[in-house]
Design a protein around this ligand. Structure first.
Ligand SMILES: [Zn+2]
Length: 397
């Protein structure tokens, strides 16, 4: 039996050639990034003896630990590929589009991150000088989570297509809607993921004992504080609170309190000041269309509409996505989805792609095209009145 992995007293002693040759086999250009699924597939197919030597003797290693260590081992080799634009490139593109289409585009500077980067949304409209709030509106957000690289590109692609394609359908939506796009909710985390640690998920706020808040666990609304923190769930520094963690070391750290993070304050400010009606939040991965709630299995008052429109959206991508209530994936608290719905904004989360890290430009382009098709169906239903606007949803209560 081949020995290919050895740990002694929690120190990774050696990673065998078997792992390295596997990663090289896929990685002809040495830029391939293995995702969780590939690592798991590999471990299942190559289920040799996995053991560690401890003071007590030899013991079998838990597969999750191996996946984690393997990720750490690969980390040095994971860098953003050329076809993924970094934050400066994305901002340059946004500024370029504003200069090129001054009558259609306006950048909204919403605040600064912990590391001092601007948080920027784009407003896109047929005539940017038209008064805001008269038309129905939609906000599309990407990159709450730093490592979900395709989501920023997919959001920016919608802007580029709205402005630069001759698609009649898109021209109609440009005419009928106010469209807001925030391609990078988490600029600090995104830069860190592209350049330092690909698996990074949170923002980069520094605390006494650790770094980073999971921005999609930090939303808070006084209308229902329990969607941020459940009754009986007291701050207690553990890893496994309901739907989010109180531990700063956790990847799902919800932050010291709801709405503590500049990025989330920026979004609240935007949706409230512009009275935005609806929201689509882009994440990766898993090919899923999620609708509220994420914190309870109770249906929302708009459950039928979420399912009907969701089915139609899924049709546009040959039903290749799974449509479900978000909590069916796993419970989440303080999420974008629940926050916006609670405040009267009809809201979906799209989980796009089959890994965090697109392996080729073609793979990224496919995801961008899918998202555009799905967003078009959403916009059509917003224009034709099937999707309720904010006022309507509020009136239902
Ligand atoms: Zn995410």
């Amino acid at each position: 039996m081949e020995k290919y992995y050895l740990k002694i007293n929690n120190n990774l002693l050696s990673v065998s050639d078997k792992y390295i040759s596997y990663s090289k086999k896929i990685d002809k250009n040495n830029d391939h990034i293995l995702d969780d699924q590939e690592i798991t597939d590999f471990l299942i197919k190559n289920d040799d003896l996995k053991f560690e030597v401890t003071r007590k003797g030899i013991s079998i290693i838990n597969k999750d630990l191996i996946i984690n260590d393997f990720k750490n081992y690969l980390m040095d080799n994971l860098k953003g590929p050329d076809f993924i634009r970094d934050y400066n490139q994305i901002v340059s593109k946004m500024i370029e589009l504003e200069k090129k289409y001054p009558d259609k585009v306006k950048l909204e500077y919403l605040g600064k991150t912990f590391e001092g980067r601007d948080i920027i949304a784009m407003r896109i409209s047929k005539n940017i000088n038209d008064e805001e709030g008269k038309k129905k509106s939609i906000l599309i957000t990407g990159l709450h989570h730093a490592r979900e690289w395709a989501t920023g590109e997919a959001a920016l692609n919608i802007v580029e297509k709205l402005l630069e394609s001759n698609d009649n359908e898109l021209n109609k939506y440009l005419n009928d809607l106010d469209i807001y796009i925030l391609p990078v909710v988490n600029p600090d985390g995104y830069e860190y993921s592209l350049k330092e640690d690909a698996w990074w998920r949170k923002n980069r706020t520094k605390f006494e004992k650790g770094i980073g808040v999971d921005l999609n666990r930090n939303y808070f609304t006084p209308k229902d504080p329990t969607l941020y923190r459940q009754p009986n769930d007291k701050p207690d520094s553990t890893w496994d609170d309901y739907g989010a963690s109180d531990s700063v070391y956790s990847d799902t750290y919800r932050g010291p309190y709801g709405n503590s993070e500049e990025e989330i304050k920026a979004i609240s400010k935007l949706v409230n000041s512009k009275k935005i009606d609806t929201v689509i939040d882009l994440h990766s991965y898993g090919n899923m269309i999620l609708y509220p709630w994420g914190y309870t299995t109770n249906p929302t008052e708009l459950d039928n509409i979420y399912r009907e429109v969701g089915k139609e959206i899924n049709n546009s991508v040959n039903n290749s996505f799974k449509l479900m209530q978000a909590i069916k994936l796993y419970p989440t608290t303080g999420s974008s989805l629940d926050y916006h719905h609670e405040e009267g904004r009809f809201s979906y989360t799209f989980e796009i792609g089959s890994s965090f890290f697109p392996k080729s430009k073609q793979e990224l382009d496919t995801q961008k095209e899918q998202v555009l098709k799905m967003v078009k169906v959403f916009m059509n239903n917003l224009v034709n009145g099937k999707i309720p606007t904010q006022k309507y949803a509020v009136n239902l209560k």
